[in-house]
Design a protein around this ligand. Structure first.
Ligand code: ANZ
Length: 821
């Protein structure tokens, strides 16, 4: 007998599978398709524990589906544009492309060593021209639809480096990671995608089959639909009557608006600030520019603001109220201006308290006494009947909202409005390592899209980085200088590149048709493979990546490029693998473990199985190197059992009670493992296999090992374990005489009747009280159960002279005898 030597067999089988193209998904198979997708990795250099934790169970599920008869497509690729490559280029003088591709090469080897059924023929690498050509093509399709547009938008700006910064380059204290200057927000021309026009459609999840409820909720909140109204306040400026709109969800509170606030960036600020207030206002605007929106929205932060010196007129009450600027009002939301209603909005309440502004009650919940707002310690935000609201007094909340909006509409001073928190997607990056935006600026013809037949707009490979961190594309004359596609005259290229989230918004479409040089994908292959049947990836992508992908598909659907409306039918988030101390693995904690050493020591099969054994897939758990031993021993025991126990031919011993018990256990185990794997319960499936293995080992020295049932069980054990430990099982499968890979075998089936125990414990009750437990044969009939229960001596003693009224039988569980004296 040979020893289990994973090093030898894993390499052997990986080469064998590769040579047989075992995992190449066929574009024309009679089997039903199953598109099985995992979020592709960023090529940072190495696969870490999290990748193993994610990919091992993922691959197991794919292999399980395959054995169940599906034509599984399980591709992998690399999300290869982005900042780290650019930083490596700056810090170490390596070209971003070289750095990226060498990382990919290394990670590809690691991914292969995992023994997963990756379909390498479909690999996509987003930083290569045959991919980004189509990213650019997609941009042009959005542009044609008016879904891509250019406008002034805020960017992180470092005055020291004279450049924009990605969010990751701004330190927590708001300074530049490179030079330490305080980063400000500056408005520059940038490209955006109009995701906001899909807000309503993106709220509709009726087409997904199985998504985590919390992810749906997170997306809904991110989109943030609010029903309310736009109301326009008026102001006299240089003798003209001007209107400044606000967005409010509480038009019913308009009589309580005792002040008005503009966001510091609001275009009206400059025009209405009085000379006396000029200095204070400017200083405040400057200060607000240095703060992030998160800081500004914080409820902890003390309210601040400055009076502009001007007043606006409430369009409904006619009252004049002072105009302030305050950073808690954001320019990017609603109208960038609010009516301040301190009695009924907590932020406004705090603001009014701080600046001594009147707090006027205009809403009173049913049954409440007239209040004195001066004594309140918080705003009263609930709806109620209007008071102090002129002709609207007495109306209930919903009524008042309706009446006031109707009145505003009739007067031409406002209208009902739905507002979304979702903003348009800023895709411009003033960075090098991304797909160039295919736009040309001509002095004559303005903004001109690059014609599709001139794609790709090549990203130069050898570029010089400026010490300031500015995008080197701006200083590549060969790149920048071009001709206008319309007139042929001199023109310049857009030097912004696209957000890498664009690359990952469509990679799953390219996998269906990865080598198509004529189209991004053909209609036939798109229809054959998409949508994705099962998608697995981290919950950190619950919003952006998953929302952007949904937006892409909906927009492409409307343009006629895809025939479906949702990219991912089912979605699952894996949990997080933690360090042995139960804490998140991180360099600063010093609890990071590299998987490679364990793969080296125990083999991929052990590491894979261990990853699944750590805990429920969606919950995650701690990686404890010591515990790998347990899995290692288990696989060794499987090895020994099958190598020693296989008889080479059907068992000869006749059927006995023991062999029947083995057959039952075999059927039960198939049922359990099938059910567990179907629901991503890898840990409990593995536990069931360990139990099965133990029982078989115990029986091995006995007569039973000669039975057909036992021999069948050995095969079943291998097949059930095959998705988890693909190498070991294929090796043993061949050792026991099969010539085809175990991974092409059919998933074992079971007979329901054989999964039921031969006997069970029956509980006997009298008037609901447990009086006895007896073991009965599983084949017992209901009549027999009654008879047995009624004739039981202990039960008879409880019945005594009483009359039996009813006998209730809950099959396979209990009998309750209802008696009356
Ligand atoms: C007056 C009012 C009275 C409001 C009241 C609330 C309660 P949601 O639900 O999140 O959409 N608001 C509007 N635009 C804003 C901006 N740019 N920055 C900060 N706050 C803004 O919130 C809508 C409410 O948030 C609006 O309704 C407005 O305050 C405020 F008793 O108007 B409300």
């Amino acid at each position: 007998r040979t020893k289990y030597n994973p090093k030898e067999i894993e390499k052997k089988w990986q080469e064998q599978w590769e040579a047989e193209h075992l995992y190449t998904a066929s574009d024309d198979s009679p089997k039903p398709k199953f598109y099985h997708l995992v979020m592709f990795p960023y090529p940072s250099g190495d696969l870490h524990m999290g990748h193993w934790y994610n990919y091992s169970p993922f691959d197991t599920y794919g292999r399980f589906k395959r054995m169940q008869g599906f034509n599984v497509m399980q591709p992998i690729g690399f999300d290869a544009f982005g900042l780290p490559a650019e930083n490596a280029a700056i810090k170490r003088g390596i070209q971003a492309r070289t750095w990226t591709l060498s990382n990919i090469e290394n990670m590809r080897k690691q991914l292969q060593a995992m023994g997963a059924q990756w379909d390498w023929k479909r690999e996509v690498i987003t930083c290569l021209p045959d991919y980004y050509k189509w990213t650019q093509w997609l941009f042009l399709q959005f542009y044609k639809q008016g879904l891509a547009y250019r406008t002034k938008a805020p960017a992180n700006w470092c005055p020291g480096c004279n450049t924009t910064l990605a969010n990751e380059q701004v330190l927590a204290d708001g300074t530049c990671e490179r030079c330490g200057s305080l980063v400000i927000r500056k408005e520059i021309d940038q490209w955006l995608l109009k995701i906001s026009s899909y807000a309503e459609r993106l709220l509709d999840f009726s087409e997904v089959i199985d998504w985590p409820e919390k992810t749906i909720t997170m997306q809904r909140n991110w989109i943030g639909r609010s029903e309310g109204a736009e109301l326009r306040f008026t102001i006299e400026v240089a003798g003209e009557r001007e209107e400044i709109p606000v967005f409010t969800t509480r038009p019913d509170t308009i009589y309580g608006a005792t002040f008005f606030v503009l966001a510091p960036e609001h275009p009206w600020v400059e025009k209405i600030t009085t000379p006396a207030q000029q200095e204070a206002v400017l200083a405040y605007v400057e200060q607000a520019r240095r703060m992030t929106e998160i800081e500004r929205m914080s409820t902890e932060k003390e309210k601040s603001g400055v009076f502009t010196g001007s007043y606006v007129t409430n369009p409904i009450s006619g009252e004049q109220v002072p105009v302030w600027i305050a950073d808690y009002v954001l320019m990017g939301y609603g109208a960038g201006a609010i009516m301040g209603v301190p009695a009924h909005d907590q932020r406004d309440f705090e603001f009014a308290r701080k600046f001594g502004i009147e707090i006027r009650e205009v809403v009173r919940p049913e049954g409440e006494e007239p209040g004195d707002p001066a004594t309140w310690d918080a705003a009263r935000e609930a709806l109620g009947r209007l008071v102090n609201s002129g002709p609207f007094d007495g109306a209930t909340g919903p009524e008042a909202k309706e009446k006031i909006v109707a009145f505003a509409e009739q007067q031409g001073i406002g209208k009902a409005m739905i507002n979304y928190r979702l903003r348009d997607w800023l895709i411009s990056r003033q960075r090098y390592w991304g797909a160039p935006i295919p736009i040309v600026y001509c002095p004559e013809h303005g903004t001109v899209p690059v014609p599709e037949d001139q794609l790709p707009v090549w990203l130069p490979e050898n570029v010089q980085f400026k010490a300031t961190g500015e995008s080197p594309l701006r200083y590549e004359p060969d790149f920048v200088n071009t001709t206008c596609p319309v007139c042929g005259g001199p023109a310049t290229r857009e030097t912004d590149t696209m957000d890498t989230f664009i690359d990952s918004s469509w990679y799953y479409l390219r996998y269906a048709d990865p080598h198509n040089s004529e189209e991004a994908w053909s209609a036939a292959k798109m229809q054959q493979w998409l949508p994705v049947d099962q998608y697995v990836g981290g919950v950190e992508h619950a919003i952006l990546h998953l929302l952007y992908s949904r937006f892409f598909v909906k927009a492409l659907h409307d343009m006629g490029h895809v025939t479906f409306d949702e990219p991912f039918k089912r979605l699952l988030h894996q949990g997080m693998v933690l360090g042995s101390d139960g804490q998140k693995m991180s360099k600063s904690r010093g609890n990071v473990e590299a998987p490679d050493q364990y793969v080296e020591k125990y083999g991929a099969d052990t590491v894979r199985c261990y990853m699944m054994f750590i805990g429920p897939f969606e919950a995650g758990g701690s990686f404890r190197a010591d515990n790998l031993e347990g899995i290692w021993r288990f696989l060794n025991r499987v090895w020994t059992l099958v190598s020693d126990g296989w008889l080479n031919g059907a068992g000869s011993a006749s059927e006995t009670k023991e062999s029947q018990a083995i057959e039952r256990l075999r059927n039960k185990t198939i049922k359990k493992v099938t059910d567990d794997l179907s629901h991503f319960r890898f840990n409990t499936a593995l536990a069931a296999l360990m139990e099965f293995n133990n029982t078989l080992i115990k029986q091995q020295p006995t007569e039973v090992a000669q039975s057909a049932a036992f021999q069948r069980s050995l095969e079943t054990l291998l097949q059930l374990l095959a998705p988890m430990a693909p190498h070991l099982t294929d090796e043993l499968w061949h050792q026991i005489g099969h010539s085809q890979s175990i991974h092409t075998s059919n998933w074992p089936t079971f007979e329901e009747r054989l999964t039921i125990d031969e006997s069970f414990t029956l509980v006997l009750q009298v008037n609901g009280k447990i009086r006895e437990r007896i073991d009965v044969d599983a084949s017992i009939s209901e009549d027999e159960v009654r008879e047995l229960a009624l004739s039981n001596p202990r039960i008879q003693s409880f019945i005594g002279d009483s009359t039996v009224q009813k006998v209730i039988y809950i099959p396979r569980k209990l009998v309750n005898i209802v008696v009356r004296p």
